[in-house]
Design a protein around this ligand. Structure first.
Ligand SMILES: Cc1cc2nc3c(=O)[nH]c(=O)nc-3n(C[C@H](O)[C@H](O)[C@H](O)COP(=O)(O)OP(=O)(O)OC[C@H]3O[C@@H](n4cnc5c(N)ncnc54)[C@H](O)[C@@H]3O)c2cc1C
Length: 321
């Protein structure tokens, strides 16, 4: 998802339409917020962004969202979230915001389809895993390539997997994968890990974990599913082909928050919220992965979205009381 980082728009235009509550993002956080706000009769408008349903729509099955004992398709869950919110009057529009002015209310947003002014705003723009950007990655995502061990580890029972990365997340997720996989091979571009010492010790001593140092993945090979990963030693230039069932990529995560830079408090690009999802700007709330570097799950994101909508409702009621 590309968001432009431009200066705030200076003033609101007379042509801009007005909403009481605008929600940015149609992932679990945005649609849960929309459901709660719609049931509070705020008739929220949701801008879906380019990824309708959010990151869940990238995954084949979700098996850890309560209420679906047999699991549910990622795209199907997104659809159900949307249907439920729309049933109570939420309006989901296929549109993206690319500029925002939070300096005064109503807040002003410029979107692909025009300009919107809103009394309150919920930012649920999520985050995107940093991709390897190598051949085969796009084609085999969801077919053996994953960016979430908690989500997809179970599918690799007794299989051989590769983890790309060398930081805390790579090792934590790699250790998690040892519950299922027969072997977890960490491919790291340096000769030492960046992760914390305790985590390193656990990973290095784990009988199922192996390490390939000074090496990068250059291609993921497979027809219908991942079959091998091509690697290159960055010191010797030597290339190898490693037969494998799955590739987990943990080279970082970027919250989609660039357009809010300088207008709202952030920490490492994540929007700072208190335990009521309030940001540093009154009337602006944030939920889900845009504000959560830690849990990154459908259920936690949806929970934050619900909380943000409840607080936005209080905010709007209070100011019109
Ligand atoms: C492959 C994969 C598998 C996963 N599997 C699981 C699983 O099994 N279980 C689980 O709990 N979690 C899973 N996750 C994690 C889960 O999908 C995320 O935690 C969750 O989707 C985060 O929800 P969110 O609403 O915060 O953000 P996202 O889902 O990232 O949604 C962000 C939304 O914001 C929109 N947006 C972005 N920028 C703008 C803009 N400028 N204007 C308007 N809209 C914008 C996007 O289009 C998108 O709709 C998985 C993630 C991936 C990538």
């Amino acid at each position: 998802m590309t968001v432009l980082n431009e200066a705030p728009v200076s003033s609101s235009s007379a042509a801009a339409r007005h909403t009481r509550l605008l929600i940015l993002g149609s992932g679990p956080a945005g649609l849960a917020a929309a459901l709660y706000a719609a049931r509070a009769e705020l008739a929220p408008v949701v801008l879906s962004g380019t990824e309708l349903g959010g990151q869940v729509s990238l995954t084949y099955t979700i098996e850890n969202y309560p209420g679906f004992p047999d699991g549910v398709g990622g795209a199907e869950l997104g659809n159900l979230f949307q249907k439920q919110a729309e049933r109570f009057g939420a309006q989901v529009e296929f549109d993206s915001a690319y500029r925002v002015d939070l300096s005064k209310r109503p807040f002003n947003l410029v979107t692909d389809n025009g300009e919107i002014q809103t009394d309150a705003l919920i930012i649920a723009t999520g985050a995107s895993p940093i991709l390897l950007n190598i051949p085969g990655e796009k084609e085999l995502t969801g077919k053996g390539i994953s960016y979430c061990a908690t989500c997809d580890g179970w599918f690799f029972k007794d299989k051989k997997v590769v983890v790309v990365g060398g930081g805390d997340t790579a090792l934590e997720e790699g250790l998690f994968l040892t519950r299922y996989a027969s072997s977890v091979t960490v491919i790291h571009r340096r000769d030492s890990l960046r992760a914390g010492v305790v985590l390193q010790k656990r990973a290095l001593e784990h009988p199922k974990m192996k390490f390939i140092w000074n090496t990068v993945a250059t291609e993921i090979v497979g027809r219908e599913k991942v079959e091998a990963v091509r690697t290159k030693n960055v010191q010797t230039g030597e290339e190898s082909l490693l037969p494998i069932d799955g590739v987990f990529v943990f080279i970082g995560h970027t919250p989609n928050t660039k357009m809010f830079e300088g207008q709202i408090e952030m920490e490492n690009a994540y929007i700072k919220v208190d335990n009521r999802m309030k940001t540093s700007v009154a009337g602006v709330f944030a939920a889900g992965e845009a504000a959560d570097p830690h849990f990154r799950q459908v259920i936690t994101s949806a929970g934050m979205g619900a909380a943000a909508a409840i607080e936005a409702t209080h905010f709007l009621e209070h100011e019109t009381a």
